[in-house]
Design a protein around this ligand. Structure first.
Ligand code: NDP
Length: 245
C-alpha cells in the first residue's frame, strides 16, 4: 500500500470515507472526490492529523470534466495513479408503479454514467503506465432481483458486466490493469437518505437497523484487493452482514 496513489469517488461519507481512512492509515496517498466540499475538507484534515496523506477535489461524477480534473490533480501532485475506486452512488429505490422517473434517470446518470466517466478519465493513464487498478462498488442488487430495485439493481448489474469486460479486455491487451468489483449487502452509511419513497424508506430502515454492519468492513476488502501482488486479480467480493438472509 505504501506510496500507492488512490483516487476515491464518493469519498465524502460511508464506504468511500471509510476506505479513504483505512488506505491512508496503511500508507496510500488518497485523492478524494465527491460533491460536498465541507465533508471532503473535514476528512482530509482528519487523515492529515493522523499522519496520512490526502488531497481532495469537488467532483460530480456525472460531469466528464470533473472526472478528468481529479485524475489530473492526482497526476500533477503525485506523478501517477495506481488505483481508482469508482464508488459514488445513490439508491432511491421504489416500486416502478411509484413512477419516480426523475430518480430513475438520476440513478442512471450517477451509478452508470459516473462509472463510465471515471473509466474514460483514467483509462489512457493506465494504458500508458501499463499498470493500474479499477475497483467499483456494485451491490448485491447487481447479483439478484429485489422488488423496488428495478432501476437501482439495473445500474449495479451494469457495473458487473462492464467491470468483467474491462478485466477480460485488459488481460487480452496486456495492459496490466486489475479490476475488482464489490457487492455489498446492508452497510450502515448515508445511502438510505437518498430514498424518496416513504414505504421503501421505512422497509429499508428496518432492514438496516436489524442487520446493517460498518462501512469499515468494505474498506478492508478494498485494501485486500489493492494489497495483492500485481500479477493477482481479486475479481469479485460479496460482503454483507452474517445475519442478513
Ligand atoms: P453514502 O450515501 O454514504 O455515500 C455515497 C457517496 O457517493 C457520497 O460520498 C456522495 O457524496 C457520493 N455521490 C453521490 N452522488 C454523487 C455524484 N453525482 N458525484 C460525486 N459523488 C457522488 O452511501 P454508501 O457509502 O453506502 O455508497 C457507496 C456505494 O456503495 C454506492 O455506489 C452504493 O450504491 C453502494 N452500495 C451501498 C450499500 C449499502 O448498504 N450502504 C449496499 C450496496 C451498494 P456527495 O453527496 O458529497 O456527492
Amino acid at each position: 500500500m505504501q506510496s500507492k496513489v488512490v483516487i476515491i469517488t464518493g469519498a465524502s461519507s460511508g464506504i468511500g470515507a471509510a476506505s479513504a481512512k483505512l488506505l491512508a492509515a496503511k500508507g496510500a496517498k488518497v485523492v478524494l472526490g465527491a460533491r460536498r466540499e465541507d465533508k471532503l475538507k473535514q476528512l482530509t484534515d482528519e487523515i492529515s492529523a493522523a499522519g496520512g496523506e490526502a488531497i481532495y477535489q469537488t467532483l460530480d461524477v456525472t460531469q466528464q470534466a470533473d472526472n478528468d480534473a481529479i485524475v489530473k490533480l492526482a497526476k500533477d501532485t503525485y506523478g501517477k495513479v495506481d488505483v481508482i475506486f469508482l464508488n459514488a452512488g445513490i439508491m432511491p429505490s421504489a416500486p416502478l408503479s411509484a413512477m419516480k422517473t426523475d430518480d430513475w434517470h438520476e440513478m442512471v446518470d450517477i451509478n452508470i454514467k459516473g462509472v463510465l466517466n471515471g473509466v474514460a478519465a483514467i483509462l489512457p493513464t493506465f494504458t500508458t503506465q501499463k499498470s493500474g487498478q479499477v475497483i467499483a462498488t456494485s451491490s448485491v442488487a447487481g447479483l439478484k432481483a429485489y422488488p423496488g430495485a428495478a432501476v437501482y439493481g439495473g445500474t449495479k448489474w451494469f457495473v458487473r458486466e462492464f467491470m468483467e469486460v474491462l478485466r477480460i479486455e485488459s488481460a487480452m491487451e496486456k495492459t496490466n490493469i486489475r479490476t475488482a468489483t464489490i457487492y455489498p449487502a446492508a452497510i450502515n452509511t448515508e445511502l438510505l437518505s437518498t430514498i424518496s419513497d416513504p414505504t421503501t424508506s421505512a422497509g429499508m430502515q428496518a432492514l438496516y437497523e436489524a442487520h446493517g454492519i460498518s462501512s469499515d468492513r468494505i474498506a478492508s476488502v478494498v485494501a485486500f484487493a489493492i494489497e495483492q501482488p500485481a500479477d493477482t486479480n481479486i475479481t469479485e467480493f460479496t460482503v454483507g452482514p452474517t445475519t442478513q438472509p
